[in-house]
Design a protein around this ligand. Structure first.
Ligand code: G6P
Length: 600
């Protein structure tokens, strides 16, 4: 998704902007550009369709300036092209914009009626024109005036040659973080672009603007009331944003899972009462007992992890629970009940649909907890309480460690709620021990990588694959299919194994292999007969379960049955990754996808 970087200070902004943009590449983009205010207070702009490296290489040596903005664009209005790339310019004003301006057509028509010539097809181009036409003395006021005409979402950064050394940034629905340096200031849409330069950051809230000068910043609301912000410190090491010797971030993040799970568990298991403590929950036992239903919301992989969570809560706490795509929930005028606990799941904490679902719930008086990875993100701040994953930054578009850590956090929450309800101390201990064993068991699965890679290389020749699982295996099958299609572009369809006979069996033939999730649980026999039906129709079956050996069997260590989904998913991540590598795809930045979808 689009990325923003901005700088003002004594240094040349250009290398800071291009390096920052490179750090944001992981979010997905199709074009890039920068604008700086040069020494003679002139505006220098360079933008291009394609990669940040091409943009950097195309910059002449004299392209310098100490205040500037940069952008990576993910096309929404208008195809990827040099003209549609940001920054957009009017006179001495340059703007980069994330988000969508909903009344752009109307604003474009008005500007054109006034004789303005617009050169791009974007919604964003109206912004510099509106700002340039303002007669306000301060750039901040000109930006405020322009934004008052905008309907939609934005994160923006603005420079103006009439105000050299000044940067204005604003946020409404699209993240903006200010980075505080020594006599220099930064801003970005994501801390990944800032960690190299500073650890002190301030997250803007929706409806806030900030003016940045080398020696400081001030924030205010859209209606010009000053706000005061406390800086927070980025805890993550800069190295976490590097691939550190791995060929891809996705592989690095798959291998980080034992450590990520340990961090998700750290300090949260109580050996005395065989329960879990989750500091951010803000839910006393009486409130927890009053919960009659749990509804989990998220998008993509976060939704599938939420489905695992719903099963865990229902199994361990015996509270009815289900998961639903946040993107659907927000549009269907849901019934919101006071005794339902709503939980929003998001790695980035910025997914627009999930954030909108949270806001809709809060408006209706619902109680919402967040299960979020990115500290300080919008969803984390919007919720009534919640649990951080502490998985560390996830850079690859396809989620791996955040998925696993989310499932682990749900197991902790289910244990906590279960022990308040009817889960016995013995079962509490069993689950806690099962959780403690996970990091070592994940290591065991990762040691099978070569075998799984060989199998993936073989499977990559098929054009389509079926993933099936029953009950606990069903969200695993869905996540496995999601991973495969995201990174390898092999068509993959997930079905509950129990539904096979009601449709997908018609597809089974020697060219359609099935990946079946078959844990050694009470449904093993049922699953076996399903696999028999597939094999009887010459369908190849690859099993992920607890029994082998066999060329097409991947065996994972046995966990507690309720926790099986967590371990069964790890081989599917490796399968997707190695299939994508075998097919020569850009694993970390799959086509058409973005790491976090911050637009409607
Ligand atoms: C995008 C990504 C998915 C991700 C989903 C939710 O669609 O491509 O990989 O699962 O967003 O992201 P979130 O940050 O909310 O977990």
């Amino acid at each position: 998704m689009c990325g923003i970087v901005a700088y003002t200070g004594p240094r040349d902004a250009v290398p800071i902007l291009t390096e920052g943009l490179a750090r944001l590449e992981y979010r997905g983009y199709d074009s890039a550009g920068i604008a700086v205010v040069g020494r003679s207070e002139d505006l220098r702009v360079r933008k291009t369709e394609g990669r940040v490296a091409e943009l950097t290489a195309s910059l002449p040596a004299r392209f310098k300036g100490s205040t500037g903005i940069g952008h990576t664009r993910w096309a929404t209005h208008g195809e990827p092209s040099d003209e549609n790339a940001h920054p957009h310019v009017a006179g001495g004003v340059a703007v980069v914009h994330n988000g969508i301006i909903e009344n752009a057509d109307e604003l474009r028509a008005k500007l054109e009626a006034d004789g303005v010539v617009l050169t791009s097809e974007t919604d964003s181009e109206v912004l510099p024109h509106l700002i340039a036409r303002s007669s306000a003395e301060e750039l901040e006021d000109a930006v405020r005036e322009a934004l008052s005409q905008i309907v939609g979402t934005y994160g923006i950064a603005v420079v103006d040659t009439r105000h050299p050394g000044v940067l204005v940034v604003a946020r409404n629905g699209s993240p903006v973080v200010i980075g505080i340096g020594e006599k220099e200031m930064f801003a970005a849409s994501d801390v990944a672009a800032l960690v190299r330069y500073t650890r002190q950051v301030v997250h803007l809230d929706d409806g806030e603007l900030a003016t940045l000068r080398a020696d400081g910043f001030r924030t205010s609301t859209l209606d010009a009331r000053a706000t005061s912000k406390e800086p927070s410190v980025i805890e993550t090491e800069e190295a976490a944003y590097d691939a550190e010797g791995y060929t891809h971030f996705m592989r690095k993040e798959i291998h980080e899972q034992p450590a990520a799970v340990e961090r998700a568990l750290r300090g949260r298991l109580d050996g005395r009462f065989h329960t879990a403590h989750l500091g951010g929950l803000d839910l006393d036992p009486r409130e927890a007992r009053a919960i009659r239903r749990v509804k989990i919301l998220g998008c993509g992989s976060a939704y599938y992890a939420g489905q695992v969570g719903a099963q865990l809560i229902e199994e361990l706490a015996r509270i009815p629970a289900d998961a639903e795509p946040a993107s659907e929930f927000r549009y269907r005028n849901p019934v919101v009940e006071a005794d339902t606990l709503y939980i929003a799941v998001s790695q980035s904490g910025e997914t627009y649909d999930t954030l909108a679902a949270v806001q809709e719930l809060r408006r209706k008086g619902g109680r919402v907890l967040g299960v979020v990875n990115a500290v300080g993100s919008a969803i984390g701040r919007e919720c009534d309480g919640g649990v951080y994953l502490h998985a560390g930054p996830e850079i690859a578009v396809a989620s791996t460690k955040a998925w696993t850590s989310t499932a682990v956090v749900f197991a902790l929450l289910a244990l906590h709620l279960g022990r308040i309800h009817d889960l016995s101390p013995a079962d509490g201990r069993r689950i806690a021990d099962g959780l403690r064993a996970l990091p070592g068991q994940i290591e065991e699965i990762l040691r099978q990588e070569d075998r799984i890679a060989a199998l993936a290389g073989d499977l990559a020749r098929y054009r389509s694959m079926l993933f099936v699982g029953r009950v606990r295996g069903w969200p695993v099958a869905r996540e496995g299919a999601q991973k495969l299609k995201e990174v390898s572009y092999v068509h993959a369809e997930a079905y509950p194994a129990s539904e096979l006979k009601h449709g997908p069996l018609a597809l089974v033939n020697p060219d359609l292999p099935t990946v079946a999730i078959v844990p050694d649980d009470e449904l093993l026999d049922k699953n076996r007969s399903t696999l028999g039906e597939i094999r009887a129709r010459q369908g190849r079956v690859v099993t992920i379960g607890h029994r082998g050996p066999g060329e097409d069997a991947i065996v994972v260590p046995k966990s507690e049955p309720e926790l099986d989904a967590i371990l069964l998913t790890i081989p599917l991540q490796l399968l997707a990754y190695h299939a994508a590598v075998a097919l020569g795809h850009d694993v970390d930045k799959p086509r058409n996808l973005a790491k976090s979808v911050t637009v409607d």
